[in-house]
Design a protein around this ligand. Sequence first.
Ligand SMILES: Cc1ncc(C[n+]2csc(CCOP(=O)(O)OP(=O)(O)O)c2C)c(N)n1
Ligand code: SF4
Ligand SMILES: [Mg+2]
Length: 351
Amino acid sequence: MTYLAKPKLHHPELPKNKLGFTHRDYEGTVSTLCAGCGHDSISAAIIQAFFQLEVPPHRVAKLSGIGCSSKTPTYFLGNSHGFNSVHGRMPSVVTGANLANRDLIYLGVSGDGDSASIGLGQFAHAMRRGVNMVYIVENNGVYGLTKGQFSATADRGSKSKRGAVNNDEPIDMVMLALELGATLVARSFSGDKTQLVPLIEAAVRHQGAAFIDVISPCVAFNNHAGSTKSYDFVREHNEAVNRLDFMPTRTEITTDYAPGTVHEVVQHDGSVLRLRKLHQDYDPSDKLVAVDYLQRRKAAGEIVTGLLYVRPDADDMHRLLNTVDTPLNQLGEKELVPGAVALERFNASLR
Ligand SMILES: Cc1ncc(C[n+]2csc(CCOP(=O)(O)OP(=O)(O)O)c2C)c(N)n1
Ligand code: SF4
Ligand SMILES: [Mg+2]
């Protein structure tokens, strides 16, 4: 049994969003992951983000690869479209789906094994093409599903549960996403919902490739002393550069921020990212500064979290390809077979 249906009964006075949906309408089936697995907290953050964003569930397509992390779409957004693909192949399936129907909101959920090992090439091309999607890597430094082998994001020198030392250099998915051209890049921790929920909301409303690396401890295989992906290690070394408040539209600031401490970023769709700086020298709009800062803090053993980079006026794949506004899967015969005269005109334009 890989899932358990949730009981339909719920408290009659659960808060509803503008669409009349409760939290329950954004949930999936009961999780069968290990109790305490970080991935379950990420599912909870996704449910909260979509509930708060008031997204109609049928407008979302959630896609994944293979792994404990890739199982999680079963546990959220049960009324949305879903596709559980082959190991490491989620990015190309999203790319194709997005090309065919640009009107859906695409959420790719993957693991460090799924994205940094077998799917590394796939991940690279989805980012560099600017596929309009939210790409979440639930990063625990191991292959959880296949019983705890080191993954490509495991830090050099970190120890497995049985004491083996990892000698290989880690792949930093955030640095890679920045290099590859993702236009919203963030890192968070499954144990910090206050940070993670607005990051997911901002990523959903971003028009371009949005990448979130979420450190998500595996309690079965990678939560011991010597692991750099354990709850204790991440809590001790977590260095948040900013705090994000996501505003669906521009609204007056009513909270008591000190003047000059809030920086606003307006995205394409009018949503506003209100950033409270926690580190004065961190600027998420300057990629070079961000890369330099991340490298330095990493060398000092810190795990930098927060909104790390954003280009609010990003171009997504459709804009780069200059496709029509109508989703390609809705084009009719009239548009697809325009006739000999139109064909001749088109051919002439290429001569
Ligand atoms: C082609 C292929 N190779 C290998 C496997 C075995 N396999 C299943 S999941 C997995 C790794 C999953 O690790 P990760 O993506 O980090 O997910 P986690 O379980 O840690 O959340 C592997 C190697 C597979 N299913 N398919
Ligand atoms: S094996 Fe690890 S990643 Fe998989 S469900 Fe258990 S704690 Fe989570
Ligand atoms: Mg993993």
